[in-house]
Ligand binder design. Structure first.
Ligand SMILES: Cc1cc2nc3c(=O)[nH]c(=O)nc-3n(C[C@H](O)[C@H](O)[C@H](O)COP(=O)(O)OP(=O)(O)OC[C@H]3O[C@@H](n4cnc5c(N)ncnc54)[C@H](O)[C@@H]3O)c2cc1C
Length: 469
């Protein structure tokens, strides 16, 4: 059975104050925040082990004005951060939600460090497109696996109950839109109904539902989906049936740099440090630094639907801070050559065309002048032998559209009023990237998952439904 809703009957086996569906970053931050506010939260998770798209990410969360930035003399503030988000989203992001996340991000990082022991620090050796200062905060391994594992440990240590290998299928709802209970299905088919006083949908977007992707994001219908397969759009299916407002369903985080055929993410640091993308005709085709998200469709429009990232050892060394890059090296995905013509042979691209492109780029670096696509290289980005190349394709990472929410994560109806006890955060909620892939600023995914998760958890703990029966 797919995600459905049904009229409440008042018949359920157990009752909890706050029920959270989905144990990714959003669900676990929500549960931790509720628990810190003194209210019990139970999390339902489809998988046997918590992972979600969160585990597939680099685990980098942008935040403005943290003490970690101050320690490295990085001058930043929430207004500047909001400006960067809206510039990328072309002013289309909901200002109230943007305001809530930019103000909430630094306290969130410091809360996770101080209260829950997650050792975040600010990444200070490269920046992502669109961020005007260094503000990505990451854990030592720079992996989402570490982020989700540490969040799960923190949740368990705090007394949050996580019920794994259970899929939430049916919401039982009063005529006024109050969610009374949720039907959960276990792996062996056994069903149980859990009553709740507030429900937080943290079950992410619809990247794992090919039919919904085809309907809402046709340009990615045939692309590799690189996110969590269990994210099947349940939140928007329930929301639609309940009469919730849905926003920006065509918006998504793509990525134009997934090693193929190895299916390993190659960090965009490779490009931001001075690397370029070359198609199989040996040509560059755009300004790669606009953003990795819109670059997914751009790469898929190239002959053969793949391109090559070309860079050098200095850049490889920066990228090695990411486990994915090290894995790509171990898997033999990265070609190496002592000169650029040899690299062209190894890539099987036309040598003369590629060498001419390469020379033009290296000259632009020396001159620090914009190239024909408007990309501005820096003198310090000059590349030298040995050179590297990796074959990459474009992929869909996660969807950004979802349930319209207010700045506390309360789900809105189509008429703008809010549901009495329904919240959404992370990929389940509409993001802050506007209506297209080009509006995605790096970090928007985990920013809205963690900060809105925390805000939703806190607000759910204050929900008027708590205490009412
Ligand atoms: C390869 C990759 C790299 C990325 N890198 C970054 C990055 O560095 N920075 C950044 O900000 N963002 C990044 N993102 C995006 C980021 O990972 C997501 O935006 C974020 O993890 C979403 O968190 P979430 O908690 O909403 O969803 P998820 O982490 O996907 O968690 C949702 C959970 O809900 C469960 N679930 C779904 N339906 C049900 C149901 N009916 N019943 C029970 N459980 C259910 C799923 O199994 C899943 O565990 C990346 C994404 C990918 C794929």
């Amino acid at each position: 059975m797919n995600a459905v809703i049904a009229p409440a009957t008042g018949k359920f086996e157990t009752q909890v104050p706050i029920l959270v569906i989905g144990a990714g970053a959003a669900g676990l931050c929500a549960a931790l925040a509720a628990k810190d506010a003194g209210v019990d939260a139970v999390v339902i998770e489809r998988d046997p082990v918590t992972a979600g798209s969160t585990a597939l990410s680099a685990g980098l969360i942008p935040a403005a004005g943290t003490r970690f930035q101050r320690a490295k003399r990085i001058d930043d503030n929430p207004q500047r951060f909001a400006g960067d988000i809206q510039r990328k989203a072309k002013g289309e992001a909901d200002p109230a939600v943007v305001d809530a996340v930019v103000r909430g991000a630094a306290p969130l990082i410091e809360w996770l460090v101080d209260r829950h022991g997650l050792p975040f620090d600010v990444v200070d050796n490269f920046n992502y497109p669109g961020h005007s200062v260094l503000r990505m905060h990451g854990l030592p391994s720079r992996t989402g696996r570490e982020l989700i594992d540490r969040l799960r440990h923190a949740a368990e240590a705090t007394g949050v109950t996580i019920l794994t290998s259970r899929v939430a299928e049916r919401l039982f709802v009063d005529p006024d839109g109050r969610i009374r209970d949720v039907e959960i299905v276990q792996r062996d088919g056994q069903r149980e109904r859990i009553g709740c006083e507030a429900l937080i949908l943290a079950c992410s977007g619809f990247g794992g539902n090919p039919e919904l992707v085809r309907r809402h994001i046709p340009e990615m219908a045939n692309a590799l989906y690189f996110g969590h397969a269990g994210n099947r759009g349940d939140a928007i299916i329930w929301g639609d049936a309940l009469g919730a407002a849905l926003s920006d369903l065509g918006s998504y985080q793509g990525h134009g740099s997934v090693a193929t055929p190895h299916n390993i993410l190659i960090s965009w640091a490779v490009i931001m440090q001075g690397g370029i993308q070359i198609n199989r005709e040996g040509r560059r085709f755009c300004n790669e630094t606009r953003g990795y998200s819109e670059q997914a469709a751009e790469v898929l429009r190239q002959p053969g639907e793949f391109v090559w990232n070309v860079f050098d050892e200095r850049i490889a060394e920066v990228a090695r801070q990411f486990e994915d890059f090290r894995e790509a090296e171990r898997a033999g995905a990265i070609l190496e050559a002592k000169d650029i013509a040899d690299l062209a042979h190894a890539m099987r691209v036309p040598v003369e065309t590629f060498v001419a492109e390469w020379r033009e780029v290296e000259n632009k670096k020396v001159a620090a002048a914009p190239d024909r696509f408007g990309r501005r290289f820096l003198a310090g980005q000059a590349c030298k032998a040995p050179y590297r190349a990796v074959k990459v394709t474009g992929a869909l990472f996660h969807t950004q559209g979802g349930l319209a929410i207010d700045s506390d994560g309360r789900v809105k109806r189509k008429d703008g009023t809010i549901f009495p006890n329904l919240f959404a955060a992370g990929g389940a909620a509409a993001g802050i990237s506007g209506s297209t892939a080009a509006g995605y600023l790096s970090g928007n995914g985990l920013l809205t998952a963690t900060v809105l998760g925390e805000l939703a958890g806190k607000a759910a703990a204050q929900c008027p439904a708590l205490g009412q029966k």
